[in-house]
Design a protein around this ligand. Structure first.
Ligand code: BGC
Length: 346
């Protein structure tokens, strides 16, 4: 059962709460109503030692003063929208630009910086946010509901629901930075990763997807079998140079709820399995982590100290006719799910 306690006030005086739940296997999760942020996720390793496997901060002020999206819910639309604009049914919408002339992760004040209303129902923490029509340029009033639950099967399950009164764009994700050896244990280059995707969506120099796909075969992007993340990260592949490492979306094979990725901590022997019903997953190896405020217990996070596996629609899909559409029609129900399951290996 989730418990709730007061955490702190935002700079503009709003109260923020911390929610906590644990299961009988020793997994414990802490989530803030600020950004629906996963602050900590404690998981027992192979030896039974508890490791906090997500990066985070001790204070609300640090969360407010950073732009790395640590642990946060991201919306209305995860990833980049090129030129900060799109059209729906011939009507053009201009979004806020927060990365040069492009729109990233929902804009200037995305869902990661909102205070979410809360409701606890047994093992479920239900967070809601009402995004007004025109917020960051998006059409339609969007009622958003995100449910976090922690199961006895060691699954942190995130269910995303939304409904809008006008046609709009929605692609919600969570931006946890994982380090399965522990948030303060340095680089993730030794973590083993496997991704169920035959293709990525390449990006231009501004990191905008142009609606094309690139087979991963014979490239450093091929994670169809386990590879250490750092094994090929310094390859001269043009896409790796553009991203400063991996910062690319995989087109996940198959449809419906399926295994998207497996990540293994080389020291902890903790394995995380990611299941989702989304089309894509961004692999981001924390290439720009440096410069974040000091983390939990004073940890100083450096580039590559964590990896994000962000399930989402394909990037810039609203402007890419060949990608499945991320448009949510008025009155339609958005319902998507991602599950992070934890195990240990020999
Ligand atoms: C993006 C990165 C970005 C990071 C933090 C990731 O989802 O792919 O390019 O730097 O979020 O903003």
């Amino acid at each position: 059962m989730f418990t709730k306690r007061y955490f702190d006030k935002t700079a503009d005086g709003q109260s923020v709460f911390l929610f906590e739940n644990s299961n009988s296997n020793g997994i414990k999760v802490q989530i803030l109503s600020y950004g629906g942020t996963v602050v900590s996720l404690q998981v027992p390793d192979r030896q039974g030692k508890i490791r906090d496997v997500v990066l985070g901060y001790d204070t609300l002020k640090s969360y407010e003063n950073q732009d790395k999206y640590l642990g946060a819910l991201v919306g209305r639309c995860a990833n980049r929208i090129g030129g900060s604009c799109f059209s729906i049914s011939g009507k053009r919408y201009l979004l806020s630009s927060n990365e040069n002339k492009n729109h990233l992760h929902g804009g200037m004040t995305g869902f990661d910086k909102k205070i979410w209303a809360d409701q606890i129902e047994g093992e479920n923490l239900i967070l809601s946010y009402l995004s007004p029509h025109g917020e960051e340029g998006y059409p339609g009033t969007l009622t958003t509901k995100v449910t976090y639950s922690l199961s006895e099967q060691n699954e942190l399950c995130i269910t995303y629901e939304a409904v809008s009164d006008l046609d709009t764009v929605v692609s919600l994700t969570n931006h946890c930075y994982f380090n399965l050896n522990g948030h303060d244990s340095g680089k993730i280059e030794g973590h083993f990763l496997k991704i169920n995707g035959d293709q990525i969506t390449p990006v231009n120099r501004e990191m905008i997807s142009l609606g094309t796909s690139l087979p991963v075969a014979d490239s450093p992007f091929d994670f169809r079998e386990f590879h250490p993340i750092g094994e090929r990260i310094h390859d001269t592949h043009e896409q790796l140079r553009i991203g400063g490492g991996y910062d690319h979306n995989y087109i996940l094979n198959g449809q419906g709820m399926r295994l998207a990725a497996e990540l293994m901590g080389d020291e902890s022997k903790i394995k995380m399995l990611v299941y989702t019903d989304m089309d894509g997953m961004q692999l981001y190896t924390g290439n720009f982590l440096k410069g974040a405020p000091a983390g939990k217990n004073g940890a100083v996070y450096q580039n590559r100290d964590a990896v994000c596996l962000e399930t989402q629609f394909l990037p810039n899909a609203v402007n890419c006719p060949d990608f499945p559409s991320p448009i949510l029609r008025a009155g339609e129900n958005y319902h998507r799910q991602t599950i992070y399951r934890f195990e240990t290996i020999e």
